[in-house]
Design a protein around this ligand. Structure first.
Ligand SMILES: [Fe+2]
Length: 203
């Protein structure tokens, strides 16, 4: 997310820019799930791979918990138990459903999760267009974190879908419009020589 808080942009322009960014990120998550069947959304084939349905709800929970409940007056909570159900492991927020049991949840169904997302979206857009100028910097800052968080979960969503599909002997493909990888054998392993010494890595 390359958007930054700019003093030369009016508050109204900033509201529009960020509302657009919000819509874009939220829409992208749903596009990534478009190839899934309702059953694909639910399974968890290893404790580390969350169900797609859980990812979609958890990123919405983030906006509900850290923006709507804190900054939107009279925000109507979608469901009181979602607070624990879709908390990942933010201890300070309260209890959370065990990570390895996310795939136990046939309910709420996929349709209900999409209604939860729509509810959060509607109120998020209200918040972005109505929050006072004094609260805007805090809201904008948290919004940026929320969008980065959802984008991070988009990556997880894809790796988890891949993991869940890999457990199926039918070898389902996430996309059928890509050319098949040519079959080839890996070259034999061998040692590589390089000059030794202490090296700096990372940013
Ligand atoms: Fe998360």
């Amino acid at each position: 997310m390359a958007l930054t808080h700019s003093v030369s942009t009016s508050l109204e322009e900033q509201r529009s820019i960020w509302a657009e960014a919000y819509r874009g990120v939220r829409q992208r998550s749903e596009e990534l799930c478009a190839p899934l069947s309702p059953e694909d959304y639910v399974i968890q084939t290893t404790p580390e791979a969350s169900p797609a349905k859980w990812h979609l709800a958890h990123v919405s929970w983030f906006f509900e918990t850290f923006l709507l409940k804190e900054y939107l007056a009279r925000y109507p909570e979608f469901h009181p138990l979602y607070r624990d159900l879709f908390n990942s492991y933010y201890e300070q927020i309260g209890k959370y459903h065990p990570r390895h049991e996310r795939g136990f949840l046939s309910r709420p169904g996929v349709g209900e999760i999409y209604r939860y997302r729509a509810h959060v979206d509607e109120h998020m857009l209200t918040l972005l267009h109505s929050v006072s100028e004094s609260l805007w910097p805090s809201v904008q800052q948290r919004l940026a974190i929320g969008l980065n968080h959802e984008q991070q979960h988009q990556e997880l969503l894809l790796t988890d879908i891949k993991r869940n599909f890999s457990a199926n002997p039918l070898r389902p493909a996430y996309r059928s419009d890509l050319p098949e990888t040519p079959k080839a054998s890996a070259p034999a392993m061998r040692w590589l020589a390089f000059p030794g010494g202490v090296r700096e890595i990372g940013h």
